[in-house]
Unconditional design. Sequence first.
Length: 300
Amino acid sequence: MSDDVRTAFLDVRAMLDGAARDDETLGQAADELELVAGGALPPLQARLADEALGRLQAALVAPVEEREAMVQAALRLLQAGTPKAAASDSATPEPEPEPPAAEASPEPRSGPDMMPIAAAPPPPPPPSSASGAAFGPESCTVEEDPELVLECIEETFDNLGSAEGALLDLEQNPDDAQLIDTTFRAFHTVKGIAGFLKLTLLTELAHAAENVLSKLRSQEMRYEGAVPSLTLAAVDLLRRMTQELQNTMSDGGVAVVRRPETWGELVQRLRDVAEKGAGGSSLPSRGVRRWCRRRCACFR
C-alpha cells in the first residue's frame, strides 16, 4: 500500500513541475490527484491529498500571477504526504546532493610596488552556545487547521512508538538491519510531519536523530557507545514536545510547543555523533538522560 501511495504522490508532483502557467497540465494534475484522493489512503495522506486538491482547484480559476503560490503550496502538502521508499528499493539511504564547488579565489598578489592583499576570512561556524548546545527558537506555533494538526500528532505518536520499540530491540541485536531501517523511517516521517507544520524545534531534533540512524544504515557506525542513550533520548523528548502541542490544543488555545531546556544539548550531541562516530560524543548529561527509558541497557 505505501509503495502505491508513494508512486501516486510522486506522479502528481512530477505533473505539477512547471504547471502553474499551463492550464491543460494543471487540469490534468488536478484530475489525477482527485483520483488519488478518492482511493484507499491512510488517514494522514488522505487529508493532505484533499488539502492539495483544494489548492489546485483554486489555482485553476485564479489569475495566472497567483497560481504559482497555490501550486507550490500543493506541492509542499504532497511532499509531506509522500511515504519513504521501501527498504528493498534502496539498501542504503539516498546520497545528499553535493553542494556546488566554490570558485577558486585568486592567489593574493604582492610585489615591490603593492601591498599584499589579504585572503578573505573563512565563514563563521554555525551558531552554538558557550556550553556547546545547538540554538533553536524559543517556541513554535502551528497555524494549520486544528483537525489536520491532530491527525499529524497521532501519526507522530505512532512513529515514535515504532522507533522506541525498534531501538530497545536493537540493544539485543545491534546489527539488525530491519530494526535500524524501521527506526530511520520513523524519524524521517516525524521530521516530514514537523516540517509540514513548520515546527522547527521538532524538525531539527528528528533530523539530527535521523542522521545518526543513516550512519547505522550505511554501516559507518554501530549501535553502541553514546548512540543508544542519545537516540532514545530523542524519542522521549520528541514525544514530550508533541504531547505539549496536543495539550495546548486540548485547552482550546493556539497550538504551541516551547523549547525544552535539554533540546540544544541533545541536538548538538546527536550532530556530533553523526559527524564523528559513536565514540565522538560522551554520554548525555543528567538533564538529557532523565528523558531516556530506564530499560536502556547503558543506564542499568
